[in-house]
Design a protein around this ligand. Structure first.
Ligand code: AMP
Ligand code: MG
Length: 414
């Protein structure tokens, strides 16, 4: 049976980016750049004032101080978005406001607070060296320089930078279409009548949301019953997507037919079973290079195996050069006894207490117990070889869902 690391090692090479598309900047959030972006204009695009005050020649006010201010004739004004100011003559000042273009000839700004205005003249009470309070053209970005690299994820900051460059379309890696095929005679869709012995196909809804959160496109396939012809037909349909995820029917029961169906359709198995709890019976296979993953039907097993094994692969496919989650370290509040042998991904609640992150494990840890994922913000990684974990012991935690939030602001004591 493979460790989680070995399973990831065999899976990751099957998930390469699918090529690129160009999208509008307003649709690009969360996508990964497939081409580098060079600056096409300087930022700021023109010399402008960082403050409200007067644009001056630094030399004219070099001797100014409180006791002997320098008097300058005020000629004209420049405001953000206003007409461009004319050349600043020696011995004069130009009224400026934040963001206003600097007049040619001016090389510094004196802030309004250091001046006194009187009937067309201004007394400057402080010297202002060359460049003071001036945002020079190109001081943030020079046209032609590298702005963003291949693999950079577009967050609001990156989108703002591109917008400031007047770049309205970007090349990003394509989003994989991921077919979701649930198997099981007992499964019903939302809104169906639940006759005795049937359950809602909750995996479908959970995994769709997990895919969407990553940036992949879920392609729901109607659930297949536990018969080979039906699973095979549904698999053929699912194989039109870029990746196939099946749920259920992948274990050793008499009605677990997914692996036989894989074989009949020509999907080649790579491995089956991973040392992870919950989620051991996980099948990884491929069809003409296309990844096919069979996760167990138990809802928590499906979610955990998706998060731990499938999500990093899909992030890689989306173009993320850092597809692996980084854990934080937390301390267990209570001791925990368990059967060693597999890495366990327990659900819990993490919160900061003083300088420590403290995690409480959920009282429910069953692989089928959907309430065990409600309100949870921590997936707690318990090493395979440990039978007993002590209270206060440090463990790795993957933040999940809402992450670390609090009722009180962290600025209260600052
Ligand atoms: P299986 O992996 O098919 O042996 O299913 C294991 C358990 O998960 C059984 O209790 C199933 O009823 C349940 N299950 C299977 N598929 C789903 C699904 N799509 N949504 C919710 N529960 C499921
Ligand atoms: Mg089943």
């Amino acid at each position: 049976m493979r460790s989680i690391a070995e399973a990831l090692d065999s899976m990751l090479p099957a998930f390469s980016p699918l090529g690129e598309e160009d999208v509008s900047l307003t649709e690009s959030s969360g996508r990964y750049l497939s081409r580098e972006v060079l600056a096409c204009i300087d930022l700021p695009p023109f010399d402008n004032s960082a403050m409200d005050g007067y644009a001056v020649r630094a030399g004219d006010v070099a001797s100014a101080n409180r006791d002997s201010p320098v008097r300058l004739l005020v000629k004209g004004e420049s405001r953000a978005g206003g007409p461009l100011p004319s050349l600043l003559e020696p011995g004069t000042a130009c009224r400026v406001f934040t963001g206003a273009p600097m007049p040619k000839g001016a090389d510094a700004v004196v802030i309004q607070e250091d001046t006194d205005y009187d009937d067309g003249w201004v007394d400057v009470r402080e010297a202002s060296p060359e460049g003071m309070h001036v945002r020079a053209q190109g001081s943030d970005v020079r046209s032609g320089t590298l702005l963003l690299r291949v693999g950079d994820e577009l967050w609001p900051g990156e989108i703002g930078l591109l917008a400031s460059q007047n770049i309205d379309r970007v090349h990003v890696f394509r989003r994989p279409k991921v077919a979701l095929l649930s198997t099981g005679d007992e499964l019903r869709q939302l809104g169906d009548a639940l006759e005795p012995g049937t359950i809602i196909n909750s995996n479908q809804y959970v995994l769709s949301e997990m895919l969407r959160a990553l940036g992949a496109i879920p392609v729901p396939i109607p659930a297949a019953s536990d018969t080979l012809p039906e699973i095979e037909a549904a698999l053929r349909k699912a194989l039109e997507a870029d990746v196939v995820i099946t749920t259920g029917g992948v274990s050793v029961g008499a009605y677990d037919l997914v692996q036989d169906a894989f074989e009949n359709v020509g999907i080649e198995p790579a491995f089956w079973k991973v040392r992870i709890k919950p989620g051991k019976p996980l099948a990884f296979a491929s069809y003409l290079g296309k990844p096919v993953i069979g996760v167990p039907g138990n809802p928590i097993s499906a979610m955990i195996t998706f998060e731990v094994l499938i999500a990093p692969c899909l992030r890689k496919m989306l173009g993320d050069p850092r597809p692996h989650p980084q854990p934080v370290v937390a301390r267990l509040r209570h001791p925990y006894r368990r059967r060693p042998g597999r890495v366990e991904i327990a659900r819990g609640f993490a919160r900061r207490e003083g300088d420590d992150l403290i995690v409480d494990l959920h009282r429910l840890q069953g692989s089928g117990s959907l309430p065990s994922f409600v309100g949870v913000n921590a997936l707690v990684i318990l090493p395979s070889d440990r039978a007993e974990l002590r209270a206060g012991e440090a463990v790795r935690v993957l933040l999940w869902g809402p992450g670390l939030r609090a009722e009180r602001s962290c600025f209260d004591d600052l």
